[in-house]
Design a protein around this ligand. Structure first.
Ligand code: NAD
Ligand code: UDP
Length: 314
């Protein structure tokens, strides 16, 4: 039997590296496409050498061609520091890159899963966020390159679906954490853990009352595979996230307690357009994918603290 070929754009990044590993375990031939902007060979070093794993250095703002059965489009910097580093490039990646991936799907008949984001809800007007919420997004702010880029990515997916019958599957990923996160990409979970382990002050932006819902990466990967397995014509979008909601102050206190750190909490200015609250409504994921997260924040943080402890020792 012919082995299924899967293209993972952004496969050397945090989420992409976990996805590639899981797909190999499931018996796929995996083609990992990455320009190594935020991803690294280190993240996928255990996969290199596997006969079913192919690594291609490529920037998806340029056209690309491979005959594949499935595409997971993850390539895009995801942390505010990285996506604001070159905001025009971020937007091009989110839009032109998605266009190039959709063209492969159109020409090969492959299904394509689009890694969209809870950022499409912006500073949400409803709580928890449901897929029907159209979002409250600033189109001209410093987060817009990412938020609007990802919104446009969803639009392109739906237009390729309507115009060319491409089998697209959109998931909206809520804040995800786990091993292989960049130590210095400024995201709150990695920041707090690394600060606590180094005995440095934990930096809360604003008064720490803003909330986020954090999901462990293994739960997300399971949700991605289940979404890809849905029947032709089911496009989503589907929220994939853990509904457990925590303020940044609660998270900081939890990290200090778990790491037994003597670090203190300090307060810094809140970045522009920082959403006040986030919590996914996962009714649709439960019904359609029979999926819900299994790993709560207490358990998941232990795994990531272990990971960063080892990383820092090295
Ligand atoms: P990441 O930065 O670790 O991974 C992104 C990967 O894409 C990196 O390997 C990077 O080198 C690659 N890349 C960036 N621009 C590229 C380009 N032009 N061409 C080729 N490769 C490129 O981020 P992540 O957290 O793993 O996020 C992966 C995807 O999931 C992103 O699309 C992101 O928007 C989405 N997402 C992530 C989260 C989260 O909490 N981590 C939440 C919502 C959505
Ligand atoms: N944040 C914080 N301290 C940090 C990094 C982030 O208080 O050192 C806050 C940030 O302002 C936001 C929340 O934590 O309110 C989540 O930030 P992250 O960048 O991880 O994700 P996003 O804002 O994209 O949801």
């Amino acid at each position: 039997m012919r082995i299924k070929r899967v293209l993972v754009s952004g496969g050397a990044g945090f989420i992409g590296s976990h996805l590639c590993a899981r797909l190999l375990k499931e018996g796929y031939y995996v083609i990992c496409l990455d320009n190594f902007f935020t991803g690294s060979r280190e993240n996928i070093k255990k996969l290199i050498g596997n006969k079913n794993f192919e690594l291609i250095e490529h920037d998806i703002i340029y056209p690309f061609w491979k005959d594949v059965d499935e595409i997971y489009n993850l390539a895009c910097p995801a942390s505010p520091i990285h996506y604001q580093y070159d905001s025009i490039k971020t937007m091009m990646t989110a839009i032109l890159g998605t266009f190039h991936m959709l063209n492969i799907a159109k020409n090969t008949g492959a299904k394509m899963l689009q890694a969209s984001t809870s950022e499409v809800y912006g500073d949400p007007l409803s709580h928890p966020q449901k897929e029907e919420d159209w979002g409250n997004v600033n189109p001209i702010g410093c987060r817009s390159c990412y938020d609007e880029g990802k919104r446009c990515g969803e639009t392109l997916c739906m237009d390729f679906n309507r115009q060319y019958n491409v089998d697209v599957k959109i998931i909206r990923i809520f804040n995800t954490y786990g091993p292989n996160m960049c130590e210095n990409d400024g995201r709150v979970v990695s920041n707090f853990i690394v600060q606590a382990l180094k005995g440095k002050d934990l930096t809360i932006y604003g008064d720490g009352s803003q909330t986020r819902s954090f999901q462990y990466v293994d739960d997300l990967i399971e949700g991605m595979l289940r979404m890809m397995a849905t029947e032709r014509g089911f496009t989503g979008p589907v929220n994939i996230g853990n509904p457990g909601e925590f303020s940044m102050l609660e998270l900081a206190e939890m990290v200090i307690r778990k790491t037994k750190s003597s670090s203190k909490i300090i307060y810094k200015p809140l970045p522009q357009d920082d959403p006040k609250q986030r919590k996914p409504d996962i009714t649709l994921a439960k019904a359609k994918l029979e999926w819900e997260p299994k790993i709560d924040l207490e358990e998941g943080l232990d795994y990531v603290i272990d990971y960063f402890r080892k990383e820092l020792q090295n």
